[in-house]
Design a protein around this ligand. Sequence first.
Ligand code: SF4
Length: 368
Amino acid sequence: STDTVVASATIASAIAPPAHRFFALDPREFNEAVADWKWPHFRCDQVRQWVYQKAVGDPQQMTNLSKLDRERLAQRVAFARSSIVQHQVSEDGTQKFLFEWNDDGKSANAETVMIPDNNRRTACVSSQVGCPVGCKFCASGVNGVKGNLTADQIVEQVFRLNEALRSEESRVTNIVFMGMGEPMANYANVMKAVRILHDPTCFNIGARKITISTVGVPTKIRELAEEELPLNLALSLHAPNEELRRELIPWAEHFALEDILDACRYYFDQTGREITLEYILLAGVNDQPEHARELSLLCKTLRANVNLIRYNEVEPLPFKRPVAQDVLTFQGVLRANGINAHVRKSRGRDIDAACGQLRRKQEGAIDG
Ligand code: SF4
């Protein structure tokens, strides 16, 4: 009978963790789980409202559920499961978190940054533990990739930020996959997370407000083009030609730049979304007017705009932050060629919000 099922489930839950991870379930899967418990459908909406709209992940606080249902929910579903290892708040309001999960003795961590800008609250999320790409100018690349984050670990990063934003009554409005990891190397988990973040009954974040940033995996860019979601695609270019690019981004040798650009053209044709080219300016390396002229020629072969990022120095890496005048000159050359080029504001510099730096410091502290 149902009673014995419930009773044995209760006993099992005393020793076993909850059967479901909430953030791994899309709305259909959650509905199915709840239907199995013979709950009325509106319970699903109630729980979703608490989690997604009010950023409440503790069943005990879901006060429009009966006490018994709250207990059952807590036994059956795990909500936010990470511990917050570090939380820093910058003078400019940027917040940086380091989350950690321990699943079946396997630990994973992610760094996540919340960047406020007027009414916008952008979540910069991680997709992998570490990063396989190993850009020469980046701290994350030093230790390589340790594993993929699961879809629920990706989604939970956004939930945790919403929790932190509860006190100011705001929520994450935009998402960029620009934390640690190469999203295209963890495609299935990233796409599952994107669908949950985008779903109107979940986080309800518009596809145009979600950016996937990649070093460029042509087959995956084409696959993304066919998802029927007009997501923003950002290509980490960082050099105007193949030779310099391969020096700066060792992983780039796997794919010809021309194939990547072809895939970007296909992405534009399918989605109508202009590609954003990310370009980190490194003093004396890729920030000279001749580089800007070469980049202009490349831009003219596809529908793209350019985001210029002034490098933040990372000890002990040898790269230098370019002087402000070189940044302006670089941008000026692009604009004179009709290219839409912005210089991205540097945020959270006082808390090391450049990618990979926080986690590396933490590991350094653990290693002694
Ligand atoms: Fe990976 Fe991005 Fe760092 Fe390159 S810059 S190593 S892609 S995290």
